[in-house]
Design a protein. Sequence first.
Length: 301
Amino acid sequence: MEYGLKKTRKSLPISGTFMPYQHLEILNLNRTTKKVKERKPTLSPTRINTYLTCRVKYRHVYIDKIGRFYLKSRPYFSFGTTLHSVLQTFHTEGGVAAPESMVAKLDEAWVSAGYESAEQEKEHREAGEKIVQAYAVAHQARLEEAVETIALEKTINFDMGRFKLSGRVDRIDRYPDGRLEIIDYKSGKNEITPEAVASDLAMNVYQLILKRNYPDTPVFSTIQSLRTGSKASAELGETELTAFEAEITQLGNEILDCDYTAISPQKIDACECCDFLPRCARFWDNQELAELLDAPFDDSD
Ligand code: SF4
């Protein structure tokens, strides 16, 4: 099983990296943080995905910290941030708000940055109104099932030895039988399959953290498309979880031990939509020039 690791090594859609989520805790889950007392490097799914996509980008963002000079706002980041904020408010207020009141929450939370035109922003706003209203309607069924939301935008972590494995989950629900459901919202995807959830690195990381902190509690993951309401779930068995933990440990050590100063930018598929492309393109131009200058002079013409 790939657990999202091999897939992301080949081509990685990085999402949610720079969303400025607000932190809110509505149930004390501090057991997850008490275990990690000393200051250790932290690895999150976003960091790991960035490393798997491009180690040069990892260096720029997490070691040299020059992202603020290059990273741009994007419509999908702004749209996702807005929707997450609305849903957070909705759940904080008890998850009982009338669908029609959701539009006002959307207006309050709206993030305008990154849209390329007023028309594009209008299209997103109209889509957002439908999404948040449909969400409020669908949530009534959850209330009837007595499913309880116990955490929102919650940072969870687990000590992996040399590093702390950490992640921020959109929502954690608890069923009457005690099962915990980790829920991740996707604002850009339409259809979700169990296979997609099972191979999603972030969902597996969240499961690993919660299952290691709460070994007696059944935990499963769900990805929910906000656009369509489509959702699917997956759960790692103990054998898979152990194998995934070993892979993450090995990968984490590789990330910590990597000599980033020895790595040069290489042209890969991800360059096309990478904000660091101008910087790397300058490197390639200089490299070409240096090769020309180093080439033996040919005067055969
Ligand atoms: S442009 Fe390409 S090589 Fe450069 S940081 Fe981005 S993905 Fe990596």
